[in-house]
Design a protein around this ligand. Structure first.
Ligand code: IMP
Ligand code: MG
Length: 422
């Protein structure tokens, strides 16, 4: 399969978990390279539902090595719970999971600050997952973060935590929040550190060893292009690079070793949290929610929904260098009579073929739509390209062409077998 980067081409929740699970069949190693437990990847196997937050979805297949790379921020208590939860479901986790020793650690003060900052922002809040992601990456950039290597080293850890807690407790008190107990945080984190120690290693060396052996690596992106810290709808973004470049910096695998970039996108658009969403539509949101679809895997929030936005996905094709596309949730449109696709934006008479970087302007953008006839037939049983209704095939081809990449996969339901490989 060669080394493949998989990214979200929209605002996250494109159904990456399922596509990763499908692609993992042909990979030897699966790596997470950015984000933290703000992510939620849902995979259905038979009757069982697995929700992954930090652990690569590859863990659900035997014989696959799963790596949490240096670019990820790790809530160690969350990671322990996730490992134990999966083990309870019968998933084998041992030497198949390796965690980077240079990944940064998320602490309770990060979560508390995340929440407090949202309150301070009032109506300008970002709508974060409150998992402490922004403050943790903030500490990393400010060079005051603690890494996994510190967490698993008891002597260093106590002293470093004490210093960080001192500063953060001052900030929390000033914000009117309760300071945290050093004793309690220390005990909780040391226990998690002891549990995680056997998993912690130099993952850069490990990945290069794997490449020398000829292993194929799948880089599992979290969130989506428009939540990218640099390329998204700033400040309504997450705090990591969710685009293809993040796979290199977040793993230590250099750009020239990457062979292919796959972009995952829904057949429509969704977004969780605040920020502009030009194609947002109550009509499609009500329809999808009534079908029981589009509720967040991490926070349970109802996702905002809209029509497919090819201005957005074209941008995603550009910044990620998308080779192939995986289109998911095609079945979500099975009952729609007329399907709209945004082909450009406009503000008054001015037409925009690219999204303006100023979020105020983007918020004013109105979509210019093309219309497609719906197929109005269930697609969930389709297994091959020719099983799909002609109108569905036409729609898929059109959105791939508008995006500017090759259609490689179409997904018509959550199960592994509900996947059409072109
Ligand atoms: P944070 O990553 O928790 O700081 O949240 C920042 C923004 O990214 C918010 O709008 C979140 O809803 C969004 N976000 C973060 N992680 C995900 C994800 O995995 N899927 C979809 N949206 C996400
Ligand atoms: Mg998700």
């Amino acid at each position: 399969m060669a080394n493949t980067i998989l990214v979200g081409a929209q605002w996250g929740d494109e159904g990456k978990g399922k596509i990763i699970d499908v692609l993992t069949e042909r990979a030897d190693v699966v790596v997470r390279t950015q984000g933290g437990n703000n992510a939620g990847h849902t995979v259905f196997l038979g009757q069982k539902k697995y929700v992954l937050h930090l652990i690569p979805s590859g863990i659900l297949r035997r014989q696959k090595l799963c790596v949490i790379g240096n670019g990820v921020v790790i809530d160690p208590v969350g990671l322990v719970n996730e490992i134990q939860g999966l083990q309870k479901l019968g998933v084998k986790i041992g030497r198949n999971l390796v965690v980077s020793e240079t990944a940064h650690v998320v602490f309770p003060y990060h979560r508390e600050l995340d929440a407090q900052r949202e309150v301070l922002k009032g109506k300008h809040k970002i709508g974060t997952t409150k998992r402490g992601i922004g403050p943790a990456y903030g500490d990393k950039a400010a060079r005051v973060g603690l890494r996994m290597i510190d967490l698993v080293n008891p002597e260093q850890f106590a002293e470093k935590l004490q210093r960080r807690l001192k500063e953060n407790n001052e900030v929390l008190k000033a914000l009117g929040a309760r300071p945290l107990s050093l004793k309690q945080v220390h005990a909780e984190y040391r226990a998690a550190g002891d549990f995680l120690k056997p998993f912690v290693a130099n993952t850069v060396v490990l990945l290069h060893d794997a490449m020398r052996r000829g292993d194929d690596i799948l880089f599992e992106g979290a969130q989506g292009t428009f939540l990218d810290l640099d390329h998204g709808t700033y400040p309504y973004v997450t705090s990591s690079n969710t685009t293809a470049g993040g796979a290199c910096t977040g793993s230590g695998v250099p750009p020239h070793r990457m062979d292919r970039v796959v972009g995952v996108m829904k057949a429509y658009t969704t977004r969780v949290g605040e920020g502009p969403l030009p194609t947002e539509s109550a009509e499609i949101a009500d329809m999808l929610h009534a079908m029981g679809r589009e509720f967040g895997a991490t926070t349970g929030r109802a996702r905002r929904c809209g029509w497919f936005d090819s201005v957005a996905t074209r941008h995603a094709a550009m910044v990620n260098g998308l080779d192939d596309l995986a289109v998911t949730n095609l079945d979500g449109l099975d009952t729609v009579e007329t399907i709209k696709v945004c082909i450009a934006y406009r503000i008054g008479r001015k037409r925009y073929d690219y999204a303006p970087n100023d979020v105020q302007l983007l918020a004013q953008c109105e979509p210019i739509y093309a219309e497609f006839d719906g197929w109005r037939t269930p697609t969930t049983k389709a297994r091959k390209w020719k099983d799909l209704p002609a109108k569905a095939r036409m729609y898929l081809k059109a959105i791939a062409e508008l995006t500017g990449a090759k259609l490689a996969i179409a997904s018509v339901g959550p199960a592994r077998e509900q996947t059409i490989l072109l």
